[in-house]
Design a protein around this ligand. Structure first.
Ligand SMILES: Nc1nc2c(ncn2[C@@H]2O[C@H](COP(=O)(O)OP(=O)(O)O)[C@@H](O)[C@H]2O)c(=O)[nH]1
Ligand SMILES: [Mg+2]
Length: 355
């Protein structure tokens, strides 16, 4: 017999899934979420889960900390349910690169939740470093409250002076990577945190991932799956770093993002955008009220600041390029721009960022 309406416990007052166990989402593939228990070791099984209907439209992404019910044993064939998503400490978004001409294609998607660090991988040569891309990543990192780390690869081919010179004012942490370099300094910076790796094709990201996580088996010298199945090879995946001999504690996680070529900044306010340029921000106290800081603003204090040698003119140009790309004015692409995923072509009336 079914209990009467009044005697049935109300969902709202009952503690929801008090028996749920904690999980950390490490991969997403066509509606199946691969999770690990927070304190699981490398040899513990992963738990495969699906979303419970009660999550509604909320997306679950790599890095999410979730509540799991059902069969959380991780046994082959076992399927758990994600019933909760913990509040995210950070959210990294990208603009879907697939199609900038449709509303769906322009939507911003959450790529990774709860990342602590954004590792911006840039080669010093072959391909040459592109500071416009690095600047864009820095804005995304500062906006998401994620610490940036500049990872300069192919240091055997060229020196870092030009790139580091450009960022002199920023005190940006960086590491240099060459094929024979010891990765201890990088491992120390990755320990105990969730770090997202981002970089253009060819910069040596897969090579680096394989060196950090030997069983990752990333294909080297292969252009990542742009234009192929969006749900397979382009999705982010978290890889557990191996313990370092002698070091105690959690070695951390790296999140590889094969399909992410850049970050959309349409959701970033003009004010936040400026905070991606800490070398410029101080100048704006002398700007007239409501100054938009564009090149067209006759009295923008940024021009005088740069003219006085207080910041690099290329940084101001880069800031203004991002500023105009955000508001959909003109062609704000970098001169060596490569594809539609790079620019941020949302107009001001584009739909709000979805996640
Ligand atoms: N000289 C040099 N070549 C590198 C280095 N790292 C990677 N490469 C080469 O750069 C090419 C692209 O590397 P890959 O890891 O596939 O780059 P990805 O596209 O960023 O994943 C390959 O031919 C690698 O062997 C490095 O530190 N120095
Ligand atoms: Mg690669």
């Amino acid at each position: 017999m079914r209990p009467g309406k009044s005697s049935r416990p109300r969902t709202r007052t009952r503690p929801r899934h008090a028996d749920a166990v904690d999980g950390f989402v490490i991969a997403v593939d066509r509606g199946r979420y691969t999770c690990v228990w927070p304190d699981a070791g490398p040899d513990d099984p992963t738990v495969t889960a699906m979303r419970a209907r009660e999550l509604g439209r909320k997306s679950v992404v790599v890095g999410d900390r979730v509540g799991l019910v059902g069969d959380t044993s991780g046994a082959p064939g076992a399927l758990a349910r994600i019933v909760r998503i913990a509040e995210r400490s950070s959210v990294l978004r990208r603009t879907a690169e697939d199609d900038a001409t449709t509303a769906e294609g322009r939507l911003e998607r959450v790529v990774v939740a709860n990342a602590d660090q954004l590792v911006i991988v840039s080669a010093l040569a072959d391909p040459p470093p592109r500071t416009g891309f690095i600047d864009r990543c820095l804005v995304a990192a500062y906006d998401a409250d994620i610490e940036p780390l500049l990872c300069l690869t192919k240091a055997d081919l060229a020196g870092p002076e030009a790139v580091l010179g450009y960022y002199t004012e920023l005190e940006l942490p960086y590491v240099l990577i060459r094929p024979d370099s010891d990765l201890a300094a990088l491992r120390a910076l990755l320990a105990g945190r969730v770090s997202v790796l981002v970089g253009h094709s060819g910069v040596g990201k897969s090579t680096l991932v394989n060196r950090l996580v030997p069983e990752a088996g990333r294909a080297v010298g292969v252009v990542s799956a742009i234009g192929r199945g969006r749900h397979t090879s382009t999705s982010a995946v978290a890889l557990r770093l191996p313990p370092t001999p002698g070091a105690k504690g959690d070695p951390g996680w790296i999140v590889d993002t094969p399909g992410v070529r850049s970050f959309g900044l349409a959701h970033v306010s003009a004010e936040s955008l400026l905070h991606g340029f800490p070398d410029l921000v101080e100048a704006t106290v002398d700007c007239p009220a409501n100054c938009q800081h564009t090149a067209e603003e006759a009295d923008c204090a940024l021009d005088a600041w740069v003219a006085a040698g207080k910041a690099d003119p290329r940084r101001l140009a880069s800031y203004r390029r991002l500023l105009s790309s955000r508001s959909g004015e003109g062609d704000a692409r970098e001169p060596d721009h490569r594809g539609p995923g790079e620019g941020d072509q949302r107009g001001p009336d584009a739909p709000a960022a979805g996640s």
